[in-house]
Design a protein around this ligand. Structure first.
Ligand code: TRP
Ligand code: SF4
Length: 548
């Protein structure tokens, strides 16, 4: 996170935005004008730093988590404190949790090193969703670690075990949830193969920058991850959330695309027999609403009447749609070509991948008035939700998957204790869940802070909690569920009452205690490992490809 504004700035912000009255929430580090778009390139295998989280909203269409927060029952502290800052389509998951309906959570871990406190965020997110009633899945991304990171099977086995132990120690319930490794899950591989038939190499080039030098197993690991993301829906389609860092967003978007491409039918709204683009459809919907203004018989507005009326309008603004002239022109043309055909709202089922039997069965099952065309069927007495449900049911009955597009939530990357990025390859920058508690204590004690040069200045100006890796430790981990405590640290820091020496001592002691307790729990749950379906040693052989 770029640290480019001082504590006073964030106070102003908190004051300006009443929703953020909880001043200890993390500010978004925005406003770094010098940072180019490269700083927010989302690359799953590159160095992931995000200098400006706001760009993720603007450029990548990630939603702000704050907007869904009120819909989340019993939100986790990482949600309340803005550590989980973004999402894609989380609403259906929140709703399912609220209503006690089926939902799932899944995330995956590349066993490239020790699990550290950054991974703990994701473990906690999985466990929280499990506690809220979701089916929980966690996987070891060993195929990816081998093919994309060049890890040997021996290394992978060693680390895989450590991830699983920490996840169990933090409270994952293996009886309710499922743990697996990519390499020994046959069902997963079968799904990956099916999804692969809907993906092609130019997409890999466009999305991931793959080229002629990329090894084929790496590509296979991508379709495997797509299968991971949809795996919880193999039993039954359901809202599924993938908690990850924003570097994984390209994977999430691709999985959402593939999920849609696998569907038998595409359900859309339509107004007449011909097809409209999405933009045209919004415009025609608005024109339909104005039918009293132009139709001879308002109960039966004709396409050509609507077309002539639309063509004659100077302004589209008051129709409540934003559409360019090109959209208007093409909509007018289509309407005029429609001639005397009445404009009538309906839901349309387009045949995307359906077998003939499925298409026939769908037509058969539509209640009320329907009209059949070559590639689609229109239903006049169904609403959109009923149509969606019917399409999914027919698909499931005819051997399809009926996937719901997967959702995601994104957490902030933790800042390294030495400043910069927290990285597994720089031991002093992170705290491993396996670190000796004394070592954890020492690392916190030597961490960089957002403190001023002298105690005097600190008392006068206050510390910069928003730029302080130690404050982050409190907010992300050490304060646990205790918002009061996190707020107290923040307020005391920016108010100049808290000095870094004492603050770090307190954090270091808490870290030591956390590690002691976590490691004790790891020992306690060791026995659970044997009961898991996951094999802890891989029978695989082979030389790891070079790191890409
Ligand atoms: N690619 C992820 C990483 O780099 C690991 C992963 C594999 C994953 N499959 C997944 C994450 C499915 C979320 C969901 O860490
Ligand atoms: Fe960071 Fe604590 Fe110093 Fe504030 S007082 S800058 S939170 S170490």
């Amino acid at each position: 996170m770029t640290r480019d504004h001082d504590a006073r700035d964030s106070d102003d912000r908190a004051a300006a935005a009443p929703a953020r009255e909880d001043a200890q929430r993390l500010t978004d580090g925005g406003g770094d004008v010098a940072a180019g778009a490269d700083d927010v390139a989302l690359d799953p295998w590159g160095a992931s730093t995000v200098s400006d989280y706001r760009k993720l909203f603007e450029e990548f269409g990630i939603g702000e988590f704050d907007d869904v927060l009120p819909e989340v029952p019993n939100p986790h502290y990482l949600m309340r404190r803005g550590v989980i800052f973004g999402h894609r389509d989380y609403e259906p998951v929140a709703e399912a949790l609220r209503e006690g309906e089926d939902a799932a959570v899944l995330s995956g871990f590349m066993p490239t090193g020790d699990p550290h406190i950054g991974h703990k965020l994701v473990f906690d997110e999985i466990i929280w969703h499990q506690e809220q009633g979701a089916d929980a899945y966690a996987l070891i991304a060993d195929l990816e670690a081998h093919s994309a990171r060049g890890m040997t099977w021996g290394e992978i086995d060693e680390h895989a075990r450590d991830y699983l132990l920490s996840l169990l120690a933090l409270g994952f319930d293996p009886e309710e949830g499922e743990l697996y490794r990519q390499s020994d899950n046959r069902e997963l591989q079968d799904l990956a193969f099916e999804l692969g038939s809907k993906a092609n190499f130019s997409e890999f080039q466009g999305i991931y920058g793959f080229d002629g030098e990329t090894n084929v197993s790496h590509m296979q690991s991508v379709v495997t991850q797509m299968a991971d993301i949809l795996y919880p829906q193999l039993d039954e389609p359901k809202p599924t959330v993938i908690p990850v860092g924003p570097d994984q967003d390209p994977h999430v978007r691709f999985a959402r695309d593939l999920a849609a491409r696998m569907r038998f039918f595409k359900v859309t709204a339509a107004y007449a027999s011909f097809e409209l683009t999405e933009a045209e459809r919004a415009l025609v919907a608005a024109v339909y609403d104005e039918r009293e203004a132009y139709a001879d018989e308002p109960g039966r507005p004709r396409c050509e009447e609507a077309g002539a009326w639309l063509a004659a309008r100077e302004e589209l603004d008051d129709l409540g749609v934003v559409a360019g002239d090109d959209v208007r022109d093409s909509a007018v043309e289509k309407l005029e070509n429609g001639g005397m055909e009445p404009l009538r709202p309906r839901v349309r089922f387009l045949d995307a991948n359906a077998t003939e039997a499925a298409f026939e069965a769908l037509i058969e099952s539509i209640d009320g008035e329907k009209r059949r065309y070559d590639e689609h069927v229109d239903a006049f007495d169904l609403d959109a939700a009923e149509a969606e449900e019917l399409a999914r049911q027919i698909e499931l009955d005819h051997g399809g998957y009926g996937f719901v597009p997967p959702s995601s939530i994104y957490h902030r990357f933790m800042t390294g204790l030495t400043g910069g990025k927290m990285s597994s390859s720089i031991p002093a920058s992170h705290i491993s869940l396996l670190d000796d508690p004394e070592e954890g204590y020492d690392k916190v004690k030597s961490a960089t802070t957002g403190g001023r040069e002298t105690a005097e200045k600190q008392r006068e100006l206050g510390g910069k909690a928003d730029e302080c890796p130690v404050y982050e430790l409190y907010a992300y981990l050490l304060a646990g569920d205790d918002d009061e405590f996190a707020k107290e640290v923040y307020d005391e820091c920016v108010g100049g009452e808290r000095l870094c020496g004492g603050c770090k001592e307190q954090a270091a002691e808490l870290m030591r205690a956390f590690l002691e307790e976590h490691q004790e729990k790891r020992d306690e749950v060791e026995g659970l490992l044997d009961d898991l379906d996951v094999s802890l040693t891989s029978p695989r052989r082979g030389v790891a490809p070079g790191d890409e």
